[in-house]
Design a protein around this ligand. Structure first.
Ligand code: SDX
Length: 430
């Protein structure tokens, strides 16, 4: 809040009366009309389908300026964190508001290392899942099932333990789901590897041969996790806040966030982007045809990985990922075909009035899939990677909501458009 600014008000004139509504101002000067008392005083509610103009909360975690393409976690620019930090250091920053001191980070890393294993009963849990299952519902179910193994996170100490368990076990759950889907035995986590390296080991290692982690790939993966760690009140985070506001289990609440993220308009877009690029690669020269379809009103085709509810300029995460693509492909010697198609699509779209006039730019999903594919992650695991990255953001937003003095269960209103009262007519008389 901007303390030196006196609170202004907004006036609403309705039914011959003038209502004074307080205006609140955020730390970066953004303003909102506080309508908390609107219904009580005027009988009016507001309507904003999709919440595009509605602030659900005050938050000190992430700041986005969609006009300027700014993203900061707790005030630190995403570009600085991407260059200098690590995923678990960023997780601590999001959760507790400050970068950890060396001792704090060492303890946090050690505790996470000591909690990476899953209860052996999870083998039976995964064993019941069809091998063809998409790993997102498997991950959501496995995370919800954590609430059957561990006590509720209802005290400071239990919340911290749940934070450690979720961050520690998410990579193990993700790789268990993957290994099950390809009929291979899961790999147990190792305590001598860092977070990203452990994931790669569990993902690509087998009991039959030694797997050595490529440090370039591990660093690229850690960077991808940083870039996905939080993004203010997006669809899945808003889901976590709403489900968490009923005081449901933190594990079940995170599982709801995973389910929301799965959607192709949200985190599921990264999978759709690669499928789109591969289709264009197969059907030579269809980039321009694809863009025509994405522009046409009657066609539901969208240029996946483009457009954003908040960013009306280049998503800063996409800019970082575009550069990282080139580094990873160079390092692993992979094909740059999909990257070239993506860059061509971006070039054509950003010179086409349809996209320019609607301020549609590449978002975080446009290039992330190219990297995941270059490091060997299968396409149906892309959104699970997004889940691993977003996990600390979801938890941080859940903690902030629970600690908010204005905390109450979320319960939006509606405008009813159905039939008015009518008597029941027995079946024989209809
Ligand atoms: C994420 O919210 C977050 O922060 C999300 C996220 C995070 O970190 O949590 O950033 C991650 O979800 C990124 C977005 C991933 N989704 C996609 O890439 C799917 C493709 N993009 C769109 O479907 C769309 O842009 C959304 C869903 C991202 C945003 O939708 P909005 O804000 O509701 O915008 P809209 O659908 O009202 O579009 C406005 C106009 C429409 O045309 P008109 O009705 O004005 O004629 O732009 C068009 C849309 O048809 N449009 C597109 C388009 N995106 C919007 N047309 C073609 N291709 C697209 N990608």
């Amino acid at each position: 809040m901007n303390p030196e600014k006196s609170p202004e008000t907004a006036q609403l004139i309705y039914g011959g009366k003038t209502y004074e509504l307080p205006v609140v101002e955020g730390a970066e000067g953004e303003r909102a009309v506080d309508i908390s008392r609107l219904r009580k005083e005027s009988g009016l509610i507001t309507l904003d389908t999709g919440y595009g103009n509605t602030g659900a909360c005050k938050s000190a975690i992430t700041f986005i300026d969609g006009e300027k393409g700014i993203l900061r976690y707790r005030g630190y620019p995403i570009e600085d964190l991407a260059e200098h930090s690590t995923f678990l250091e960023v997780a601590w920053l999001l959760l507790y508001g400050e970068l950890p001191a060396r001792g704090e980070l060492d303890t946090f890393l050690e505790e996470i290392t000591q909690h990476t294993m899953l209860h052996e009963d999870y083998r039976r849990f995964f064993g019941f899942m069809p091998k063809s299952a998409h790993p997102m519902p498997v991950a959501a179910a496995a995370v919800a099932a954590l609430s059957t193994f561990y006590r509720e996170a209802d005290t400071e100490d239990r919340i911290y333990r749940a934070v450690v368990r979720l961050l520690a076990k998410m990579p193990t759950i993700a790789t268990y789901a993957y290994k099950h889907s390809i009929g291979q035995p899961p790999m147990y986590p190792r305590n001598d590897l860092d977070y990203a390296s452990n994931f790669l080991y569990m993902m690509f290692g087998t009991p039959c041969e030694e797997y050595s982690v490529d440090p370039v790939i591990a660093r690229a993966l850690d960077l991808l996790l940083i870039l996905h760690a939080d993004h203010e009140q997006n669809c899945s985070t808003s889901t976590v806040r709403l489900v968490g506001s009923s005081l449901s289990s933190l594990y079940a609440t995170i599982a709801s966030g995973i389910s929301a993220l799965w959607g192709p308009l949200h985190g599921g877009a990264n999978q759709k982007v690669i499928e789109m690029l591969e289709r264009i690669a197969l059907e030579e020269g269809s980039a321009d045809l694809f863009l025509e379809r994405a522009k046409s009103k009657g066609d539901t085709t969208r240029l996946m990985g483009f457009g954003h509810r908040v960013y009306k300029s280049y998503d800063p995460r996409a800019a970082i990922l575009k550069e990282t693509c080139k580094e990873v492909i160079l390092a692993v010697g992979g094909s740059s075909r999909l990257l070239e198609i993506a860059m061509r699509l971006e070039e054509v779209a950003l010179s086409d009035d349809y996209f320019v006039s609607r301020r549609l730019y590449p978002n975080v999903d446009f290039y992330s899939g190219v990297i995941y594919q270059a490091i060997g992650i299968p396409v149906n695991m892309f959104t699970v990677m997004f889940t691993m990255g977003r996990l600390p953001g979801w938890i941080a937003q859940w903690i902030e909501m629970r600690n908010d003095p204005a905390f109450r269960i979320g319960r939006p209103r509606q405008i009813y458009t159905g039939p008015q009262e009518r008597p029941y007519v027995p079946r024989e008389e209809r």
